[in-house]
Design a protein around this ligand. Structure first.
Ligand SMILES: [Mg+2]
Length: 196
């Protein structure tokens, strides 16, 4: 069976957009500081928070609120359509890799809550390309994950565009601005194989 590996944060849901205001609120109203929030992080935070302040944020906000990250509505529609085409859907995320981060434990609940079909979930995966054996496609928003995959595997790589990657271009990586683009790209190759 053909297989698609899909990242979670900022690929199927708006993680950074959701946690930005939460980080600001924590910084201003709980820590009573006025730090700059670094929006380049998947989970926005201040680079000036102490280790303890960051741990408190991860435990009390990231772990508790991750279940409420808004899903991208078109991800629900098109991942279901990809499943209907017969693809096996595998989610691959580095959630849970840091000591305080327990959001790996709610991934299945989160996917079910949002009506996203899946066959397998791989968490705590820092080097995602190592898990792509047998995958036809890999979809992720992070440049390093996409480049690692394109340089080390035969899997076709699709980058979900974000503000950070607007100007990024790589001939070997298909860049998509939404899930309809991704579906069309995969479906085109699917038809090609069916009717060869
Ligand atoms: Mg991501």
């Amino acid at each position: 069976m053909s297989k698609i590996a899909i990242d979670i944060d900022n690929t199927i849901c708006n993680t950074s957009e959701f946690f930005g205001p939460i980080a600001e609120n924590y910084d201003r109203n709980i820590l009573h500081k006025n730090n700059v929030i670094n929006y380049d992080k998947v989970v926005p935070r201040s680079d000036d928070w102490t280790k303890e302040e960051l741990s408190y944020f991860i435990e009390n906000y990231f772990n508790k609120e991750s279940i409420n990250i808004p899903i991208k509505e078109d991800a629900v529609t098109y991942i279901n359509k990809l499943k209907e085409l017969g693809y096996e859907i595998v989610f691959i995320t580095n959630r849970g890799i840091k000591e305080d981060d327990h959001t790996d434990l709610i991934v299945s609940e989160y996917l079910e809550k949002n009506n996203i079909p899946y066959d397998n979930i791989i968490t705590k995966s820092n080097d995602k390309y190592k898990y792509l054996c047998g995958c036809d496609y890999f979809i992720d928003d992070a440049i390093h994950n996409c480049e690692d995959a394109v340089n080390n595997t035969n899997t076709k790589v699709i980058m979900m565009e974000t503000n950070k990657t607007k100007d990024y271009n790589n001939d070997k990586i298909f860049k998509a601005s939404n899930w309809e683009d991704i579906y069309d790209y995969i479906r085109r190759s699917w038809f090609k194989w069916q009717y060869i």
